[in-house]
Ligand binder design. Structure first.
Ligand SMILES: [Zn+2]
Length: 332
């Protein structure tokens, strides 16, 4: 979502993205959802080498090792050639790097660094390096799954490296520590870390388990229906958020919450946490009239048709977490 969009409150998940938290509609595509999903549903492929972070010489050591691969990030974009481009440490294009961070360790034991650069120009000074600069939307569908995970981590961390240079408590500069994974305020001595904003996304079934409740968001202005989603507010548990969101958006109470899966969503720093739930008062279901303009109980047959691309209702993009929630329910 754009950095200047106010903190989202809630909404049903998006049609094309599977997860359109308020202010994000249309920004995330099917392909992105798929690639984000590929980025680690079954566990991480990226070795983050956490034990290297505490060594204050790690960045210096890896920058001096020509075997180190460096991912340059400029304004939430990464360089693509035939695939993701990693620049060897020591390459002249890295001279203008503003911040460095450790991304991890590659299978051969060499390091992987993030180089955050300013976006002013997209070509190197002498014009010798002119990759295609791709945002998540463009990059994720065309790179290998392991690279997709690296890109998601790098863009999420790069946003924090760029935006969080000053202590939120006292305003003093807060230099990086832990190889780019924390900041320490030299004035008030506080430690700061990259934050992730959790959001819930919920598939609600009927009491008999034969129908699924989906909502149509006002932003979509069309035939798309999806699961209900919303950000966790200050002081809430995930479970509390599920109950609040479902009551606010769809007017229903739910029971039997069951965790399903999660998905990183670095727009700029969200994490979608998926749940299944069963309704308590299904006749109470109605949209809130603002964000959710309509809710529908769809039968298993109707969901099956929609998943096949038939019928009057469109569903979230393939392999988004919303899509996976719906398919998981459908196959029960
Ligand atoms: Zn401070």
């Amino acid at each position: 979502m754009p950095e200047n969009v106010p903190e989202p409150t809630s909404t049903a998940a998006g049609p094309l993205d599977g997860v359109a938290l308020e202010g994000t509609a249309g920004e995330i595509t099917v392909a992105e959802g798929a690639a984000l999903d590929r980025a680690a549903p079954e566990g991480a492929a990226l070795d983050r080498a956490a034990e290297w972070r505490d060594d204050p010489d790690t960045i210096t050591r890896l920058r001096a090792d020509p075997g180190t691969g460096v991912l340059v990030v400029r304004e939430r974009r990464v360089p693509l050639g035939d695939g993701l481009i990693l620049v060897p440490a020591g390459d002249p294009v890295l001279e203008r790097t503003r911040e460095w961070a450790l991304l991890g360790r590659r299978p051969d034991g060499t390091g992987l660094l993030l180089a955050l650069q300013d976006p002013e120009d997209d070509t190197d000074a002498d014009g010798s390096w002119a990759p295609r600069w791709a945002d998540l939307r463009e990059a994720l569908p065309v790179v290998a799954a392991a690279d997709a995970e690296i890109i998601v981590a790098a863009i999420a961390l790069a946003g924090w490296l760029r935006d969080a240079g000053y202590c939120p408590a006292c305003g003093h500069a807060a230099p990086l520590r832990q190889s780019g994974w924390s900041r320490h305020c030299e004035s008030c001595n506080r430690e700061h870390f990259p934050r992730t904003d959790p959001a819930v996304i919920v598939a609600v079934q009927s009491s008999d388990g034969e129908r699924l409740l989906l909502g149509a968001n006002a932003q979509w202005k069309g035939r798309f229906y999806s699961c209900f989603a919303g950000f966790v507010e200050a002081g809430e548990s995930l479970e509390t958020t599920v109950h609040r969101e479902l009551f606010e958006e769809a007017g229903v109470r739910v029971r039997d919450l069951a965790y399903f899966s999660s998905q990183p969503w670095p727009f700029p720093r969200s994490l979608m946490v998926g749940f299944h739930a069963t309704v308590v008062d299904e006749d109470a279901a109605h949209g809130d009239g603002e964000e959710i303009v309509d809710v529908r109980w769809l039968t298993r047959t109707e969901i099956g048709s929609a998943l096949a691309g038939d019928g009057p209702v469109g569903l979230p993009g393939a392999a988004s977490i919303a899509h996976r929630l719906i398919v998981d329910w459908y196959r029960r």
